[in-house]
Design a protein around this ligand. Structure first.
Ligand code: HEC
Length: 400
């Protein structure tokens, strides 16, 4: 579709703005304005709607944020839940920083891509400039010659009064093209682009082909950040009597245990130690439950059946704590296992106070009691079911 237009070139953005306003107030239709940079107030002067690119930005940002929310939930609560000091797997506050970063990243990159798409820009596209210098230091105003009543003379003098540098009539067919007297815009750019692409490929190839020795550390920038230089300890107070406990004394509330992580000592602990807490101490039981949930179910499972997430993923599963063997284990021996570990059971004396370890023992006893109760109920139900299936007439159903 061809379009007769009047093409005016300006040197100054202020004059361009004035011309746009004057031309529109005369009722002439402005097709477009070409400028080397975004001119403030031009959208208003042209009477254009605000750009819809903000919508693309908002949508991409929201998509990125939602994806990251789902992805973090999936990784940390569904696919690979790790118990970190009993914190909840699905923890929104911990997800916020990554969600925010993903939102900004997707919003920014999505906006640039949407802009390229709308402007139909792609690598290798030939620039077709309406005037050769509109990407440099000139502004071009394109006015449509709507009908025969369009007064070229009048509009031209109006444009001249706004210091238009050059005014010409042109026929546009399907978008702006360089005029016959415009030199082809920057044909050398194609070679620059090609050169950059070759450089990029060469750099990637060089990185991939350079032999690497993964056993040796890389070049380290500021190595003291990673490997601190040890210095002499402060010695001002060394040797003063107050700095060290007097030999043969104990700190208040200290309850030293004289056991090693051996089978014999586990046996001895079973004989010598007993739980200082009562089995019906509700507060201790509740705390024991919390300790067990936070520190133990990752391996032992919520009911102590040895079916925690760690075992499900290949860690040697512990035997069920509700089995007869564990039920017969003395409180003291259990305390010893929890404190100093046994085989694949890691020691917990550094994570848990002595009292919390005793409370965990209470909770295990509670789990065992419940399991026994459940087994008895199941047995009774099964016996009743069998009776119903085999007995021809139940004892009390029909009269004599
Ligand atoms: C990293 C996994 C893991 C964690 C965490 C863990 N356990 Fe264990 N636990 C084991 C394994 C494996 C065994 C079996 C050890 C063996 O006898 O070979 C075991 C054994 C035990 C036993 C001895 C059972 C018996 O009948 O011999 C007790 C009691 C026990 N755990 C209590 C706890 C308590 C309480 C916690 C939390 C404070 C805890 N465990 C945390 C893996 C774990």
């Amino acid at each position: 579709m061809s379009q007769r237009v009047l093409l005016a070139t300006f040197r100054d953005e202020g004059e361009l703005l004035g011309a746009v306003r004057a031309v529109r107030s005369r009722g002439a239709a402005v097709v477009d304005v070409y400028s080397p940079y975004a001119v403030h107030g031009l959208d208003d002067a042209l009477g254009w709607r605000p750009s819809r690119l903000t919508w693309a930005c908002g949508l991409c940002g929201a998509a990125g944020a939602l994806f990251m929310l789902w992805y973090q939930f999936w990784t940390s609560a569904v696919d690979w839940p790790l118990n970190v000091g009993g914190k909840p797997f699905n923890s929104l506050p911990a997800f916020v920083p990554v969600i925010f970063e993903a939102m900004v990243l997707c919003g920014a990159v999505g906006t640039v891509l949407a802009f390229f798409l709308i402007a139909r820009l792609r690598p290798g596209k030939r620039a077709s400039l309406i005037r050769p210098r509109v990407t440099d230091d000139r502004f071009a105003l394109v006015i449509e010659q709507t009908d025969a009543a369009f007064d070229v003379q009048q509009i031209s003098s109006l444009l001249e009064s706004h210091h238009a540098e050059q005014i010409e009539e042109r026929v546009l067919d399907g978008g702006p093209r360089p005029g016959p007297d415009d030199p082809e815009a920057w044909p050398a750019l194609r070679w620059v682009n090609l050169g950059l692409a070759v450089l990029f490929v060469a750099a990637v190839a060089a990185i991939l082909l350079t032999p690497r020795d993964l056993t040796r550390p890389n070049l380290e920038f500021l190595p003291t950040m990673r490997r601190s230089v040890p210095v002499e300890p402060q010695s001002a107070f060394a040797g003063l009597p107050l700095a060290q406990p007097l030999p043969g004394t104990l700190a208040r509330d200290a309850r030293p245990l004289h056991f090693q992580a051996t089978v014999e000592d586990e046996q001895r602990a079973g004989e010598e130690l007993s739980n200082p807490l009562a089995a019906d101490d509700a507060a201790a039981l509740e705390r024991g439950r919390v300790v067990f949930v936070n520190f133990c179910i990752s391996c032992h499972g919520p009911a102590g059946e040895g079916d925690g997430p760690m075992s499900a993923r290949g860690y040697p599963p512990p035997p069920p704590l509700t089995a007869e063997k564990s039920r017969l284990l003395n409180d003291g021996a259990m305390f010893h296992v929890i404190s100093l570990g046994r085989n694949n059971m890691p020691p917990h004396r550094n994570q848990l106070s002595q009292d919390d370890r005793w409370r965990a023992v209470l909770h295990i006893r509670e789990l065992q009691r419940r399991a026994v109760q459940q087994a008895e109920q199941n047995d009774a139900a099964r016996a009743a079911g069998e009776e119903e299936a085999t007995g021809k007439d139940p004892p009390d159903a029909s009269g004599p």
